[in-house]
Ligand binder design. Sequence first.
Ligand SMILES: [Mg+2]
Length: 412
Amino acid sequence: MIPKPIELEILFVDMDAYFASVEQMDRPELRERPIAVTPVLAPTGCCIATSYEARAAGVRTGCGVREAQRLCPEIRVVKARPDRYITVHHQILSAIDRVIPVVQVESVDECWCRLFANERSPAAVDRLVAGIKSAIGLRIGPITCSVGVASNRLIAKTAAGMCKPDVVMSIRRTELPGPLRELGLTDLPGISKGINRRLRRAGIHTINDLYNRSAEELRGAWGSVLGVYWWHWIRGDQLPGPKTHRRTVGHQHVLAPEFRANNRARGVSLRLLSKAAQRMRSLGYVATRLSLWLQCVGGASWGDWTPVARTDDTAELHVELLKLWRDAPAGNVLQVGVRLEGLVLADVQLPLFGAERSRRSLMAVMDQINRRGGADTIYLAAMHHERKTAPRRIPFGAPPDLDLPDVDGSGW
Ligand SMILES: [Mg+2]
């Protein structure tokens, strides 16, 4: 006999407006007020998180500070404190862990747990969620989360995002699509604007359309086997994502004589990495490995690599690249290459709520502006010095300032 499929198994915890909520928790004067968090306190800055009070006034993540102040004159703009968010993240994980083991951390404000057979009744789920919320309240402070419960991660995560803040939503497998019918396609984590465009071209405009297509039709709509996975996921099946694609994106450059000193080559490598990361994002991938290689003047070559946590974030990758440079041989460099490896489809693997989504949408906005306005119209603060060492600028640029900035503190 085939066992009956499990109705509820994954419990997904998603903190509400996480960075803004941490600020409101730490500073009572900010509570119940519209606030925005920005990496740089300046009118030209960008809101990477907003409180629900700010969202009510139309201020969204990705909004410029000036625009936020126009939409909501009483908004308080506060500077992001990444270290604090990470500290609170660990405290939250250990609070949840006291109630139910955390199986996987998805991002700084999301994780999920697996329900055992005796934890799957509505009453048991309510008890667990109450336990999680009170553990967070007691051990950390007034900060809320939303919880989604379903048979797989996709539906649980979708449920957690559906009626924020501070709610619990269970969607049983046999109810599907049920409440999902009210959503737009891009409300499903993993359906990016790009995928949405593809689906529209295939005549899929609503969640109902998605459910009405066969697995083969979805394969066609996605243009890959991923469509078949989606057919299963939206039905609540537990099916691990497709295997890692063995693709790489990289750039290399032969250095002009004046750029061969080790520190100058390092600056060029950061620029190459930025280009590669932009290219990777345009392809819709995230990297799991970063490699650096050098050919030295005199012929010797050297290379090293490091695993990275499924990222497409230029700032994070910069930090990892600078770590690789610590072991690079001293001496002059003739040629430098940077490669992003072990690429995985971003839409399958990356969480798309909260911090990750903010960062990804920031990167997407940067890429868009740079495509329109030319490279380096906008760039990360960490690249302020390096950008002048860009190969495309070498023939024209003034001698670059080679003081490497403190990339670790470069924000987001
Ligand atoms: Mg969140």
